[in-house]
Design a protein around this ligand. Structure first.
Ligand code: SF4
Length: 109
């Protein structure tokens, strides 16, 4: 029998990874094209989930986020605007499909 999910951090990581995979599969954004950066954000979301009960944005001040209700719970309210402006959300977890394609081309050069 697997004991996956018995540790709170493991269970949180599982939840975050599922959320991220579903959001990318069903939504209009891709993952930021740097695996290590994405993993770092995923870890941060899981840590906030364990410590604060919700997936508060890891690149924002958690206490400040808590005062804003669900606005800074991932996927945060400003991420659409941020992606439209700079190609990726402020944490660099989600990115526009165009940004991902451009980065792939740039890396090939
Ligand atoms: S900036 Fe990105 S990772 Fe952070 S909460 Fe918003 S959508 Fe999630």
């Amino acid at each position: 029998m697997s004991d996956e999910g018995t540790d709170p951090k493991d269970a949180a990581l599982l939840r975050v990874r599922k959320f991220v995979a579903t959001y990318v599969a069903k939504g209009k954004y891709g993952l930021y094209p740097e695996e290590a950066v994405v993993e770092n954000v995923v870890q941060g979301l899981a840590e906030n989930l364990v410590a604060h009960g919700r997936m508060y944005c890891p690149c924002a001040d958690v206490e400040d986020s808590k005062s804003k209700g669900s606005a800074m719970v991932c996927p945060c309210t400003p991420h659409h605007e941020d992606i439209a402006r700079q190609g990726y959300c402020d944490c660099a977890l989600f990115a526009s499909r165009d940004f991902v394609a451009e980065e792939r081309l740039r890396k090939k050069k």
